[in-house]
Design a protein around this ligand. Structure first.
Ligand code: ZN
Length: 224
């Protein structure tokens, strides 16, 4: 009797939720995207003030996440965004003219007034990346919360290309609830990861990227 009552209650509560629009399916400003056309123009320059940080990592079962809490900042013109975490996708998710990049890093930032900004670094296969080596050597074996890695710090600049030219568009979180209004910056110059490094990462986190989403007439800006 109690069981039936509980079941009934679940049904009543669940029904209105089913009627709600799911932004992941119905949103029109979703990420990632395949950039096939862009408007070249003068855009604010990017100034990276990322500091060396004691390594704190989490394995959330989908990705490897570096937790950052040391006043590392990205300046886009006059706007300042604090870096809170970096995580990785294989493949990158975002594409340029249909090119699929085997790996991408998402740098998540927030401004003081709460604006979210995701910065993407794309990887091609090539030379190994030193910072990635440090990360691979310390992937938490268990899925769980942040873990401080003893006596290890990380140079986040080691995950950035030399050239800071970029694309910019308005998008969303790439996982549910796919909230829109997230600024996206995609650095145009890819960096490299070796085939061995990629294999080692994918052994723990295989194929964790969302497919490119419709652009729907969104302007894609390209810095000159
Ligand atoms: Zn991501």
């Amino acid at each position: 009797m109690h069981f039936i009552h509980a079941l009934l209650l679940t049904t009543l509560v669940a029904t209105p939720l089913l009627g709600m629009a799911n932004t992941c399916d119905t949103g029109r400003l979703q990420s990632p995207i395949n950039i096939t056309a862009s408007q070249k123009q003068k855009l604010p320059s990017l100034v990276f003030d990322y500091k060396n940080t004691p390594l704190v990592l989490a394995n959330d079962g989908h990705t490897l996440r570096i937790r950052i809490n040391n006043h590392s900042q990205l300046k886009v013109g006059k706007q300042i965004y604090a870096l809170s975490q970096v995580h990785f996708h294989t493949p990158a998710g975002d594409q340029i003219a249909g090119e699929v990049f085997p790996m991408g890093a998402h740098f998540l930032h927030k401004s003081t007034n709460g604006q979210l900004l995701a910065l993407v670094v794309l990887f091609r296969l090539g030379e190994p990346n030193k910072t990635i080596n440090t990360l691979l050597a310390n992937i938490p074996k268990q899925v769980g919360p942040n873990q401080a890695i003893e006596n290890t710090s990380i140079d986040i600049h080691g995950l950035l290309p030399t050239d800071k030219a970029y694309y910019r568009y308005m998008g969303s979180l790439t996982a549910s609830p796919c909230t829109e209004g997230v600024e996206w910056i995609i650095l145009k110059e890819p960096i490299t990861v070796s085939a061995e490094q990629l294999t080692a990462y994918k052994k723990v986190f295989p194929n964790n990227a969302r497919a490119p989403q419709p652009i729907n007439q969104r302007p894609i800006l390209e810095s000159i």
